[in-house]
Design a protein around this ligand. Structure first.
Ligand SMILES: Nc1nc2c(ncn2[C@@H]2O[C@H](COP(=O)(O)OP(=O)(O)O)[C@@H](O)[C@H]2O)c(=O)[nH]1
Ligand SMILES: Nc1ncnc2c1ncn2[C@@H]1O[C@H](COP(=O)(O)OP(=O)(O)O)[C@@H](O)[C@H]1O
Length: 191
């Protein structure tokens, strides 16, 4: 049997630049598989079903939980987000390293169930800069922004529990650091 791939988790407070960094890391490491998450959040303009997320109803999401189909999930900002166990197992069985862009509670569940998962925490250079980025993204209402800012402290407190911490000040540098961590810890095919 072929060696299973390794799971790499990237977490960060909303607005840090996790999606931006994650996207660039995946472009640089094309062999790294991305597990598209399932969510009950409404799509933002430009987001595609099956590419950014699988957008489903709350009822559908709850059925998936009941059927044991979620490798992990969490309720964040009033929506459900989760990783499909079926998607994850399929990718790992193919011997691929898998990249998960998930929040802290889901990351803790992965840590518990998959001991050799590598957890990376992306930090903002400062809280002021985080707020600035979140606002400049322009995708959320003031109420949505507030929900995200309210959770920042709780999320930052988890950073010491991660295997690696990377500050997203200079984007290119942060991307490079995350790529290096993944390349060093890779178990997947093509390493
Ligand atoms: N636990 C868990 N969190 C997820 C999953 N997919 C996305 N998230 C996280 O949910 C949070 C909200 O994501 P999103 O609504 O896209 O907003 P953003 O963080 O403001 O870009 C982010 O921290 C994501 O990393 C998932 O499958 N499981
Ligand atoms: N290193 C950086 N320097 C300046 N702006 C950044 C940096 N990284 C990301 N951004 C910007 O900050 C905003 C939030 O980034 P995003 O990737 O959507 O964050 P997250 O996924 O963590 O919520 C976006 O407008 C993005 O272009």
């Amino acid at each position: 049997m072929s060696q299973k791939g390794r799971i790499f988790v990237l977490s960060a407070p909303s607005g840090t630049g996790k999606s931006t960094v994650g996207e660039r890391v995946r472009q640089r490491l094309p062999r790294l598989a991305y597990s598209v998450s399932v969510t009950t959040r409404k799509p933002r303009p430009g987001e595609e079903h099956g590419k950014d997320y699988f957008f489903v109803s709350v009822e559908d999401f709850k059925k998936r939980i009941a059927r044991g189909e979620m490798a992990e999930y969490a309720e964040v900002y009033g929506n459900y987000y989760g990783t499909s166990a079926l998607v994850l197992e399929e990718l790992m069985d193919q011997g691929k390293d898998v990249f998960l862009d998930i929040e802290i509670k889901g990351a803790a569940q992965i840590r518990k169930s998959i001991k050799d998962a590598c957890l990376i925490f992306l930090l903002p250079p400062s809280l002021e800069e985080l707020e600035k980025r979140l606002r400049s993204r322009g995708t959320e209402t003031e109420e949505e922004i507030k929900k995200r800012l309210d959770r920042v402290t709780l999320e930052m407190e988890q950073a010491p529990l991660y295997d690696y911490r990377v500050v997203n000040d200079d984007l290119e540098k942060a991307v490079e650091e995350v790529c290096e961590i993944i390349a060093k810890g890779s178990l997947g095919e093509g390493r």
